[in-house]
Design a protein around this ligand. Sequence first.
Ligand SMILES: [Zn+2]
Length: 352
Amino acid sequence: MVLAESPARREVVQLFQRSFEQGRLGHAYLLSGESMSDIEAVARAVSQTVNCQSPNNTAPDGLPLDGCGHCVSCRKIAGDNHPDIQWLRPESKSRQIRIQQIVRRPESPPRVLTDLINLPPTEGRFKVAVLVWAERMTVEAGNSLLKSLEEPPQQTLFLLLTLAPDQVQETLVSRCLRLRATSGATNVVRDDEGLWVSEFARSAATAQQDVLARYRLIGSLADRWNSLKETVEEEQRERSPLSRHDEVPADLREQWEDELAAAVAGEIRHRREGYLRALQLWLRDVWMTCTGAENQAPTFPGLASESGVVAGRIASSDAMANLSLIEVALRRLDTNVQDLLTIEAALLRLKL
Ligand SMILES: [Zn+2]
């Protein structure tokens, strides 16, 4: 339940749940996104999940699929006072994560990360090391973690959190499974998304409920999604360590391939969502026009006449229902072939 409630996007939560289900929990993850509090919430929920004492659901190997949020362990983790979960943040003075926070040194704080790494869990099933703002780790600190990330001690999970995955040391990134949690709240419309929305709006304004016209728009989205898949696969493969190393041990190769597949799935989903979010933003413009409220900042000022035509035809309750249709479709996206059917059903039901 704690995972299900996590405010960050479902894709990252689902990826975790899928790996729990398949008994393939990785040992190190790089979690990125647009809001650190969202990513921290995911990290906390994952820590609760792997350590929950009374989970509602468990995988075949006994690992919980979600935390209950109420047991002693879940409560301690929520309060950041579970002995097996250690949060490391940049020191306030240097604003860096420094080696003395990881390895015992005279100037170390009472608790260092290697204490957690080297000892068995005291209360929980898993020890979790959460490194917040991972891009602010000094090179020395990062290097001191490499061996643990490469040959992780039993029952240890590393979660590296960042808003700037490109700035995290490459040597660390290559040992982590990369997951991106997006809030979906940003109003940035990519060029291609904007083109498709314009096509959509113009057709809606002229062809109204013409089913054939609607199917043409769905076809055009399908084409965009297909080429997206190729582009994303290529982009991610280039970023994968697989593209830089020829001879790697089989298990490491398998891990990198898993990572690549997860990164591709996450990115495709993110980009598919982008098209629907963009359409939703236009439908929001329509709704604002319907309600007669002065729309100070339409997302698509260039489509004002199309928005006006559609708004003149439908009730504001219909305009509102359109927004929910897209929202529901967004929640059902799962990066598979069914996605197009989900979208088709939603797009055909829009009242325009
Ligand atoms: Zn619990």
